[in-house]
Ligand binder design. Structure first.
Ligand code: MG
Ligand code: MG
Length: 276
């Protein structure tokens, strides 16, 4: 299936998945939120480890092996493995690869690479989902800027999370942040609700749009916010492996993602790595 046939509203993983419109947005109970904290902390722990261990000469399969081993050691199962047939526990997307890169034994990481690692953990019925971008050794100044701008866009979006604000407040803040840094917003993928399902309502856009009804945020909603920035063209295409998405013009791409809870007064980043 060509994912371009079901562009939006859909979610960023996998190509075949579409958030079914009209399904309600799950409001999590206190105990469900506690379980999501645990699932998300497992994700955060694994991504922190991967960010520290990734060096030139390793393969993306090495990173996948580590992620799966640690997710299981920490009492969860990998959310991605087997999901719509995806063969691994992480998506490892290097340089011009945008999302859904399949880890490979032959994919050797080199100095100067920009490596996106996205993973999820399923724990006692709930998922956590997060993505980081790693600069391997010394990268080009423009790559450094892109990575920083992608992280800045994520936090600009997160800063809008509070009851009474809407999904378009998040989307607008992300879009403005990306444009201020003179990069492009990938529009082919969105963030999503996360909880019992890896992907659930609502689609969380990274740009202002009327393609889906706007939604007012309420305490207990859990959102995966995940802007994707390109250095050049915003357009993407999917390779013949039916998973790996690359930039159409081969320019660099960067992405950061957090699972975020809407609280009574604002937000809590469930996949936060600070303090781990
Ligand atoms: Mg993800
Ligand atoms: Mg996600």
């Amino acid at each position: 299936m060509n994912f371009l046939t079901n562009l939006l509203p859909n979610v960023s993983f996998p190509p075949a998945l579409r958030v079914e419109s009209g399904r309600r947005i799950e409001i999590k109970s206190a105990s469900e939120i506690e379980t999501m904290r645990t699932a998300s902390k497992i994700v955060a722990t694994v991504l922190k480890e991967i960010s520290e261990m990734t060096t030139a000469g390793m393969t993306t399969a090495d990173l996948d092996h580590h992620a799966e081993k640690r997710i299981r050691q920490l009492g969860a199962t990998p959310s991605f493995k087997g999901y719509h047939g995806f063969p691994a526990s992480i998506c490892a997307s290097v340089n011009n690869e945008v999302v859904h890169g399949i880890p490979r034994k032959r994919k050797v990481i080199k100095t100067g690479d920009v490596v996106k690692i996205d993973t999820g953990a399923y724990y006692e019925g709930f998922h956590g989902d997060s993505c980081i971008t790693i600069a391997v050794g010394k990268v080009k100044p423009q790559a450094e800027k892109l990575i920083a701008a992608a992280e800045e866009a994520l936090y600009a979006g997160i800063a809008q999370v509070k009851p009474g604000n809407t999904l378009m407040d998040i989307a607008g803040a992300i879009e403005d942040s990306i444009k201020a840094n003179k990069f492009t917003v990938v529009e082919d993928f969105t963030g999503h609700g996360v909880g019992r399902n890896l992907h659930e309502e609502p689609a969380v856009f990274n740009f202002r749009t009327k393609r889906a009804p706007n939604v007012t945020l309420q305490p207990g909603m859990t959102l995966a916010i995940e802007p994707i920035l390109n250095e050049g063209s915003k357009h993407t295409r999917t390779l013949s492996d039916r998973w790996t998405v690359v930039t159409l013009d081969r320019s660099l791409s960067a992405q950061w993602e957090h699972t975020v809870l809407v609280t009574e007064s604002g937000y809590e980043i469930l996949t936060d790595r600070t303090g781990l």
